[in-house]
Ligand binder design. Structure first.
Ligand code: MN
Length: 285
């Protein structure tokens, strides 16, 4: 397997300003990664020209990710909230393209956080309409949209690969695919094999992370099964390491993801260790 290996920017820096981006690039390169993923942050913008140039010079592939917000949420039944959510998707696609990013992924279908009620049929229809519109915009900018399946405490829209596949199908755009993450799969799926096999045709991106989102190999995720399943479907997409600690904090995002613990404090050691672990898992798959 020769998949591109990526790392989330929050392993190195909490912001997305110029100095943060420079730090992320240096850290990712040093640890051996070929892709970096930036979490978009409302109220904060990239210095796009500089970031694009530095990322290209470093030869790094770029992705961006985000969840929507309570005030701008396409899964709402309040049409003003849906409208703001749709605009947030357009803005996020533009931000992704502005730094040379090829993919925007994450909870693009709802706000992050524990929902107060099940998803309504009207809310789901609003999601599908908004994602169809966003997909057309993204296609013009050569950006693919990934729908990340997240656990029940972060969304009520798609908690399993089966849910995600139905949504991808309903949006029905060539540049919208499925994104699975071992951290979420550990909470919601029966195992790490069947969901990947079922997603064979639509799986475009994966996150790897431990059950507690700390060092790879330090928890109880069955990575042997996971990487074996990726090999069984001849998965060609990127594999990106996600880990969060109170050692590096992003405004809002760290709160939304409930990062209350210091699971590591040395970014370089964490990411080198993760890269080595991923290479070994791929070789053994
Ligand atoms: Mn993830």
């Amino acid at each position: 397997m020769s998949n591109l290996l990526g790392v989330h920017a929050l392993c190195f820096a909490g912001g997305i300003g110029p100095d943060d981006v420079t730090k992320v690039i240096a850290g990712a390169k040093q640890a051996g990664f070929g892709l970096v993923e930036f979490g978009l942050q409302d109220g904060h913008e990239f210095d796009a020209d500089r970031a694009k140039e530095e990322l290209a010079a470093a030869g790094l592939t770029v992705t961006c990710s985000r969840g929507l917000t309570l005030d701008a949420d396409v899964s709402s039944t309040d049409l003003a909230v849906v409208k703001r959510g749709t605009q947030l998707l357009h803005d996020s696609i533009a931000s992704t393209a502005s730094i040379g990013g090829i993919r925007l992924t994450g909870a693009l279908y709802s706000a992050f956080g524990k929902a107060p009620a099940p998803l309504s049929a009207a809310g789901r229809a609003n999601i599908v309409a908004a994602l169809k519109e966003a997909a057309a915009d993204a296609a013009e900018r050569n950006v693919t949209l990934g729908l990340e399946v997240c656990n029940r405490y972060e969304t009520n829209v798609i908690n399993t690969a089966a849910d995600g596949l139905r949504l991808v199908e309903d949006v029905g755009a060539d540049n919208v695919d499925l994104h699975l993450d071992t951290y979420h799969m550990n909470i919601e799926e029966d195992n790490f094999v069947a969901p990947i096999v079922a997603s064979r045709e639509k799986l475009g991106y994966v996150h790897v992370g431990e059950n507690h989102r700390g060092y790879m190999g330090s928890g109880h995720i069955d990575f042997k099964s996971f990487f074996g399943a990726l090999k069984s479907i001849d998965y060609q997409g990127a594999i990106t390491f996600e880990s969060f600690s109170t050692a590096v904090v992003a405004p809002n995002l760290s709160i939304q993801l409930a990062i209350w613990r210091d699971l590591w404090d040395d970014s370089d050691d964490l990411t080198k260790s993760a890269h080595q672990f991923m290479v070994e898992q791929l070789a053994g798959a």
